[in-house]
Structures are given as structure tokens and as C-alpha cells.
Design a protein around this ligand. Structure first.
Ligand SMILES: [Zn+2]
Length: 622
């Protein structure tokens, strides 16, 4: 069984939960030292940060941030050092309580973790200030030249801190299990706007000076900053959109449903606790679909399809305001708690807005993504509880956490009924609000609050198999979509020569139906057949990036000439890793394609964030 251990340390009390269900986890713990997160050097049970005052100047010429991070700390009586995570930072000065110079040293550099920064403190130390400059190649920061933006006139900077990149721009205790509030004063070139994962301005400051507050405690991976030419437009009372001015109208149109999504989410699982919910639409090099920075989701412009058809991504990031930002995975080994819950919640929001048939399509597509990933992953990485120690936590960011996590929760819902499950989830978010949870604590809570109500069902559910075994258990809830089945029948009728391509009834198809159509399309179509499809449906000219990316897989394979140039310009401008991986992957299947991939990548690489660069570097050099 699993139990919760409460450890009290003189001068402070920390609730530390640990899994006792697994031997290897226990063996990592010695006496009072608990290593809860293998991706941080911090020892929060000795000295823990609780608040950050961050003063920064953003220098676009040097591509650095010069800053002072002043940490308020909480310490045990005996503790004599604060340990922070830092990577590539040039440290100028460390002060205690604002005036006393401190001794410190940097630990050995680890390729994934950076190094520890051990700062000696005194008994009366309450504040520790570190003055520093970020490295020229800080992995979290992406500096865009004016020509890489939509407006082409001003440079742009954005950060991506998840999973462990916050330490490349702020010396911090970079663990999802450690939370702090923050205030910031940020100076940027006049005329540009600065935004953070905090209370944000709506107007440009002529002096380029901005202040921010984040009153709710957040972990370091939710620290975020964007600087550039941006404007704001509100959508509802507490929702709105920021983007480069030329993208604003398009973005506002696309996200018109944000308010309804927020209300649907609140109806499902309780109050939204972060004040405002705004979305920032970034330039296209943003490596992810979205990042759930609190109060201000960062989103890729590749979801601006012009028909609001890809907005489940906003539902996803919004859902993170509960699963992830409010109740947080304690380490990246528990990543499924953030993402599985969020996918489940996202689909429930979409179901409330657009009905069950719509949500079913998302589930079927999700199941396909999951099965595909499971085939290519090492079986040990297909378990929900991951073992990422000694590895880059980015390796856990695949559909296992997202979709297997979602289907685990859906299966529990199926066993115990929606009403009981929803009640459980609401209570879970309440109980652990602004706290971190690991898999073992979650399972214990799930057992006591839901599973125990029916021990026969509990037996049949086989929770341990879901969480600790590879693959997908055979009791997984079955998902079906009538709308996607219709697509399959239409496709078959065309492939069997029963219907001509222009006889297919596609008028009411959403993006999801088109994506499914392209996925199911035979992989050995001739150039002539592709050409016929393209003439009828205009895939190569599609404004919908999901459809375009699914189409390019076929055009690459058949070396379909009319798509050569559009593919190249897509790869050069879009930095979203989800698209880059399959497209470069398809190119590298032939020698000719490999040369082409390398040639395009040489041009595209400067436009990609380090997160995408690392992945594609590996792919093309292996
Ligand atoms: Zn997510």
C-alpha cells in the first residue's frame, strides 16, 4: 500500500509525500533527505524559495537578459546553504539580505541539468540576491530578428521554460514541486511590450518599463516572458488576446469562444483561480502548440486556421489552469498527471461546446497518435510513471503521458460512472490546489476517494497495470467516431472505384475529418492520383497547418513536385516540433530526401527554438 509521510523540520513544516509502493524509490531516500525530483539540485527541505523579486533589462543587441533575482527563502535552523539550479548564467554578484556579499560556488556541469549554485547563508538570511547575465545561447530564450516576425520591423523574444529550462534565464529551484510567488520589473526597448505569466499590461509603455505580479505560487517551469511589438484585444470580461498587431484580428476571430470555454471548464471542475485568462499568439517559430503559462497561454499561430477548427488547443491550455498549474506533477516522472488530466479535461470542454460526436473524433485521433508512439518507444517509456533520471525530461513528452493518461482516466470514468468521477476530480483539484502531487499520492487518493466504493470494479480496473506496466491494458475504454467512420467509407468508395473523387460528400467535414482522411489515405498513391486529389480539394494551398502537414507526408513520399516549394516554406517558417518531426522523418527515408532535408534545415534552423533544434539535430545526424 501507499502512505503519505509527513516530515517536520524545525522552523518550517513541509508536507512531503513519497511513494512507498515501489522499492527503487525508497532506496533513493536516505534519513531526512528526500530526492523527490531527479532533475533539480535544490534541497527544498533545507532551504526553500518562497518568493522572487526579479529586476531585468532585455538587451536585444547582445541577445542577453541582465537581471537581479532576489529570492525570499525559508530555511531549517541548521541549513547553511541555498542551492539553486543554473545553466549558462554569468554571475556578477551574490548578496544576502540586500547588503552582505555572499560566498558561493558552482557545482560540476551536467549536460541536462546545468550546474548547482551553492550559496552560503547565515542564520538571519531571509533574502538572497543574484545579479547575472544570461548566456548567449540560453536554451529557454528565443531571440527573433525583425524579419522573423509578422510585422518585420521589431525584434521579438519569448521564453519556453518547461521542462527544465527556467534555469537558463533565472537562477532558481527549478522543480515542479517547488512553488513561489513573484514580482518583476522589466525594462525593454521603448515601443515594445513585455508580458509575463502574471498580471499584464494592456498598453505599450512609452518608457519601455513594465511591472508584474504573480500572487499565486507557481513552479519555475511556469515562468514566462515575451517581448515584442504586441497589441491586446479583449474577448470577454476576463479573457483576451495578445499578438503582433497584424495578427490580432485573425486571432480574435479564431478565439471568439474562449469565454464559453472558460465557463464550460468552471461548470465541470470548479472556479478558475487565476484572475484573467489571456492568450498570446506568438510568431511561428514557437516550438509547441501551446504552453500553459498561468494567466497567459503562449500559443502557436499554426492554430489560426480561419475557421476556429483547431481551438481544442486553447481548451487544452485552459484546462491546465486546473491540471498542471493548480495541481502540479511533483517531478517529470509524474508528467502524465499534468497531461493525461489535461487531455481528458480538454475533451470534456470540447464535448460541452460542440457535442459528443466532436469529442469522439478527438479521442479516436488521440488513440491513433498513442498507438503510433507506442510502436516506436522503448517499452519502459510506455508506462505512465516514468523513470527519467539521468535523461532529458523532454524524452517523456510524448503521447503516453497525454493520451494513455487520458484513456486511463476515461476508463475509470467508464467503470465508475461520470457523475462519481466528476465529483472525484473536482475534489482532487480542491484538495491539492497549489500543491504538487506524485503518482503514488494520486493513486492513494484515488483509491480512498473513488475506487474503494466498489472493490469488484477496483479489481477489474487493474490500476497498477495501467500505471507501472508498458503498453495499453485490454480493459481500456473503446472509442468510436461515427463521423470518422463515414470518412473511412467515403475513402474506400473512392479507392474501390465506386465513387469519383468529386462525388465524395465532404461539405460538412471539419479539420478532424480531413486529417483522418489524409491519415487513412493509401501510402502508395501515384503522382497522378495525388494530383487529382489536390485539384479537387486544394490541399497544397490549405491554410490549415494540420491538414497541410498530413498532406505533405504523402507528397514527400511520392516526390510530388507542386508541393516542393510549399513544403520548404512551411519548414522554414514553422518551428512547431509536432509538425517538424514527421516531416523531416518522412524526408529522411530516402537518400535524395535526406539531402533535401539537410539543405532545408540549414536554412530553417535559425528560425527554430532550441527545443526543436535539439530534436531535429539528433534526427538528421543519426
Ligand atoms: Zn498540455
Amino acid at each position: 500500500m501507499i502512505q503519505r509521510t509527513v516530515v517536520f523540520i524545525v522552523g518550517m513544516a513541509l508536507l512531503i509525500s513519497c511513494g512507498t509502493g515501489k522499492k527503487n524509490e525508497m532506496s533513493k531516500q536516505s534519513d531526512s533527505v528526500e530526492i523527490l525530483d531527479p532533475h533539480t539540485f535544490a534541497k527544498p527541505h533545507e532551504v526553500k524559495v518562497t518568493h522572487l523579486d526579479w529586476k531585468a533589462r532585455v538587451d536585444f543587441d547582445q541577445k542577453v537578459i541582465e537581471a537581479t533575482a532576489t529570492w525570499t527563502v525559508e530555511k531549517s535552523k541548521k541549513a547553511d546553504s541555498l542551492i539553486l539550479d543554473a545553466q549558462g548564467l554569468e554571475i556578477q554578484e551574490v548578496l544576502l539580505n540586500g547588503n552582505e556579499s555572499a560566498k558561493y560556488y558552482r557545482g560540476e556541469e551536467d549536460v541536462h541539468l546545468g550546474s548547482s549554485m551553492v550559496i552560503f547563508i547565515n542564520e538571519d538570511t531571509r533574502k538572497v540576491s543574484v545579479t547575472y547575465t544570461t548566456g548567449r545561447d540560453a536554451a529557454a530564450l528565443q531571440w527573433l530578428a525583425p524579419e522573423q516576425t509578422a510585422g518585420k520591423e521589431h525584434p521579438f523574444l519569448f521564453t519556453q521554460s518547461q521542462a527544465i529550462l527556467a534555469r537558463t534565464w533565472i537562477p532558481c529551484q527549478d522543480s515542479p514541486g517547488i512553488r513561489f510567488t513573484y514580482n518583476a520589473e522589466v525594462e525593454v526597448p521603448a515601443g515594445l511590450m513585455a508580458l509575463m505569466s502574471a498580471s499584464n499590461p494592456k498598453e505599450v509603455s512609452t518608457a519601455g518599463k513594465y511591472t508584474f505580479q504573480m500572487e499565486q505560487p507557481v513552479p519555475a517551469y511556469l515562468m514566462a516572458l515575451a517581448v515584442g511589438e504586441m497589441s491586446f484585444q479583449s474577448i470577454g470580461e476576463v479573457t483576451g488576446v495578445y499578438s503582433e498587431p497584424s495578427m490580432l484580428n485573425k486571432s480574435v476571430y479564431e478565439f471568439a469562444n474562449m469565454d464559453s470555454m472558460l465557463h464550460a471548464a468552471e461548470r465541470l471542475y470548479g472556479d478558475y483561480r487565476w484572475g484573467r485568462y489571456d492568450v498570446l499568439v506568438l510568431p511561428p517559430s514557437f516550438p509547441f502548440g501551446g504552453m500553459e503559462n498561468p494567466r497567459l497561454t503562449f500559443a502557436t499561430p499554426t492554430i489560426l486556421a480561419g475557421d476556429r477548427s483547431l481551438t481544442s488547443l486553447i481548451a487544452h491550455e485552459l484546462a491546465h489552469s486546473w491540471s498542471g498549474n493548480l495541481v502540479t506533477n511533483q517531478s517529470w516522472n509524474d508528467f502524465w498527471l499534468n497531461e493525461g488530466f489535461t487531455v481528458y479535461f480538454e475533451r470534456r470542454i470540447m464535448e460541452s461546446l460542440y457535442g459528443e460526436t466532436y469529442a469522439n473524433m478527438l479521442d479516436v485521433l488521440g488513440m491513433e497518435d498513442l498507438k503510433k508512439d507506442m510502436k516506436s518507444l522503448d517499452p519502459k517509456d510506455t508506462r505512465l510513471k516514468l523513470e527519467l533520471e539521468g535523461r532529458n525530461p523532454d524524452e517523456g513528452m510524448n503521447n503516453v503521458a497525454y493520451e494513455k493518461g487520458n484513456f486511463f482516466l476515461k476508463t475509470i470514468e467508464n467503470f465508475y460512472g461520470r457523475e462519481a468521477f466528476d465529483e472525484f476530480v473536482t475534489q482532487y483539484f480542491d484538495t491539492f490546489a497549489f500543491k504538487s502531487v506524485n503518482t503514488e499520492l494520486f493513486l492513494e487518493y484515488l483509491d480512498s476517494n473513488l475506487l474503494k466504493t466498489d472493490t469488484v470494479k477496483r479489481e477489474k480496473l487493474r490500476v497498477n497495470e495501467w500505471v507501472y506496466s508498458p503498453g495499453l491494458p485490454d480493459n481500456c475504454v473503446k472509442v468510436k467516431s461515427r463521423r470518422l467512420q463515414r470518412v473511412e467509407s467515403s475513402l474506400k468508395a473512392w479507392e474501390d472505384g465506386i465513387l469519383d473523387i468529386d462525388e465524395l460528400k465532404t461539405d460538412d467535414w471539419s479539420s478532424h475529418e480531413w486529417i483522418y482522411f489524409l491519415r487513412k489515405l493509401s501510402t502508395d498513391l501515384s503522382v497522378n492520383e495525388l494530383s487529382e486529389l489536390d485539384r479537387t480539394f486544394g490541399f497544397t494551398r490549405s491554410q490549415n497547418t494540420e491538414i497541410l502537414a498530413a498532406w505533405f507526408i504523402h507528397t514527400i513520399r511520392a516526390d510530388y513536385e507542386p508541393a516542393h516549394e510549399p513544403l520548404e516554406s512551411f519548414l522554414v517558417s514553422v518551428g512547431r516540433r509536432k509538425f517538424l518531426v514527421p516531416l523531416y522523418g518522412a524526408l529522411t527515408k530516402t537518400e535524395k530526401g535526406k539531402d533535401k532535408a539537410k539543405r532545408i534545415y540549414e536554412k530553417a534552423r535559425p528560425n527554430y527554438h532550441s527545443v526543436s533544434r535539439n530534436t531535429i539535430d539528433d534526427m538528421l545526424n543519426s
